[in-house]
Design a protein around this ligand. Structure first.
Ligand SMILES: Cc1cc2nc3c(=O)[nH]c(=O)nc-3n(C[C@H](O)[C@H](O)[C@H](O)COP(=O)(O)OP(=O)(O)OC[C@H]3O[C@@H](n4cnc5c(N)ncnc54)[C@H](O)[C@@H]3O)c2cc1C
Length: 449
């Protein structure tokens, strides 16, 4: 037994961790004499809240083998405990990239599927499940079933964004994306407020990647003041012309290795409205007023925080929560303004606030994305934070939005029902394949999943 938590370090529970290294080994674990304690698969624990927490967790850390790769089609078959970092290390030098990546590469393929993660390219490429050819899934009774959009379709749609509640993903076939270089051509735009930021996203929809960092403490006419980063995989020709040009960032921070680490918990007072607004002010004004082009290695573009090991410790011992919401396109502008107004006035400084544009809604029943805008805000756990978040819930609900389960540790059943119209389809599949609810997490119990 030992204490485990998600990335937000709240909540923490005492759990027994089991791991397995083959299908047969997992089947033995699942068929062992009945144990009333709940069970949930777990990857690298990068979900923020309680979706990978249970009395017993089945770690996929020993299921870490690459099985096959077809150089003609770009289809990779690997075990579910392989991380995106490991895939990139092997495949970027061979000219292939992961089709969708979250903001950290330290997630497993099982975790990416179970949360149906999105990246900075959702408006063009959708979420992770759009790029999966098939999945092998171990059900609660140990049966192994292959599923995809064509085969056992309902099980596939319940397993992607299924948060481990349909079983353990053993293997997956994933369509990789061809790239010429490990570099990203980056274009940076400064936006004076939310309207300008949204215009920058809309006018640049043809860029493969886009993301906005928002100064969440700016208010009034400056509310939503942000720096928007656009990116494309650079071609070899572009690298050559950048190297000739004066403004190349190529090579700067190119190793992608972690150089910084947070070795201890920050005291709770370290991140307050004053320190966050000072940092935000400096960051915004550091970026030039004129749009800027640069060439950067893929690591700093996709994973800026992976360069600081254990950065989650800056929120102190009590931990933090990330509140990530999405609003439909038609209500995004008004809703985001209200959210930002409340976030900047509540006295709870969100250190990291990120805005992204989403494209079409994804097929899986509990996938997070809706066509519109998503905003993610980080808040330290304090005595009043959950009351404050309920006020944000009301805004999200009124504007027809939803919250992201992989970041959540406190959502209500009512909020879940309001946000996920396909919830009953998910529950039907769950009832059919695991009526005893052998697979359950703290989150699924809280939400009646
Ligand atoms: C810095 C940072 C940035 C992030 N940025 C993004 C982002 O941009 N977009 C985004 O979508 N997410 C983002 N995330 C969230 C992260 O991508 C997801 O939470 C992802 O699921 C974590 O994967 P993991 O391997 O750590 O899984 P865990 O956190 O261990 O588990 C997450 C869920 O997956 C289930 N699971 C894990 N493995 C399996 C398996 N083999 N079979 C079945 N179920 C399984 C667990 O039961 C749990 O419900 C970010 C997280 C961090 C820390």
């Amino acid at each position: 037994m030992g204490m485990i938590s998600g990335w937000g370090r709240y909540p923490k529970i005492d759990a027994e961790e089991m791991s397995f290294e083959s299908d047969h080994h997992l089947q033995n674990l699942l068929n062992a004499p009945a144990d009333s304690r709940t069970l949930i698969p777990r990857g690298l624990g990068r979900s923020y809240g309680d979706s990978s927490l249970a009395e017993r967790v089945i770690s996929t850390k020993r299921m870490d083998r690459l099985i096959s790769f077809d150089d003609g089609t770009g289809v990779l078959v690997c075990e579910s405990g392989v991380s995106i970092a490991e895939i990139l290390n092997v495949f970027v030098p061979r000219g292939w990239f992961i089709p969708v990546t979250p903001g950290t590469k330290f997630v497993t393929i099982g975790g990416a599927i179970a949360s149906d993660v999105h990246g900075k390219n959702h408006h063009l490429s959708g979420s992770f499940s759009n790029h999966i050819v098939w999945i092998d899934l171990a059900l609660a009774d140990g049966e192994i079933v292959r599923c995809s959009t064509k085969e056992n379709r309902e099980l596939f749609l319940a397993t992607c964004a299924g948060y481990g509640l349909t079983g353990v993903v053993l293997r997956a076939a994933i369509q990789l994306t061809k790239v010429e270089t490990p570099y990203i051509r980056q274009h940076t735009i400064r936006a004076a407020n939310l309207d300008e930021a949204m215009a920058a996203f809309e006018n640049n929809r043809n860029w493969t990647y886009s993301v906005g960092w928002i100064d969440s403490l700016s208010s009034g006419n400056s509310s939503g003041r942000s720096v928007i980063m656009l990116g494309e995989h650079a071609s070899t020709g572009e690298i050559a012309s950048f190297i000739k040009g004066a403004h190349s960032d190529a090579g700067r921070g190119a190793s992608g290795k972690s150089r910084l680490t947070v070795p201890f918990d920050f005291p709770a007072f370290a991140l307050n409205s004053f320190s966050v607004s000072t940092f935000n002010y400096l960051y915004y004004h550091k970026s030039t007023a004129n749009p800027k082009d640069s060439l950067v290695k893929y690591q700093p573009f996709f994973y800026p925080l992976d360069g600081i090991l254990n950065w989650n410790r800056i929120y102190g011992r009590r931990g933090f929560t990330q509140y990530q919401l999405v609003l439909p396109k038609e209500s995004s502008r008004e809703g985001l303004k209200e959210i930002l107004k409340m976030a900047s006035s509540g006295g709870n400084a969100s250190f990291l606030t990120v805005l992204k544009l989403f494209g079409n809604e994804d097929l899986p029943y509990l996938s997070f994305a809706l066509e519109g805008y998503t905003l993610a805000l980080d808040f330290p756990i304090t005595r009043y934070i959950f009351d404050e978040l309920e006020k944000l819930d009301d805004i999200v609900k009124i504007h027809g939005g939803r919250l992201y389960l992989t970041k959540d540790c406190r959502m209500s059943i009512e909020m879940l029902r309001a946000g996920f119209p396909k919830l009953d389809k998910f529950l039907e599949v769950r009832e059919r394949i695991d009526p005893q609810r052998r697979f359950a997490s703290l989150q699924s119990k809280r939400l009646g999943l």
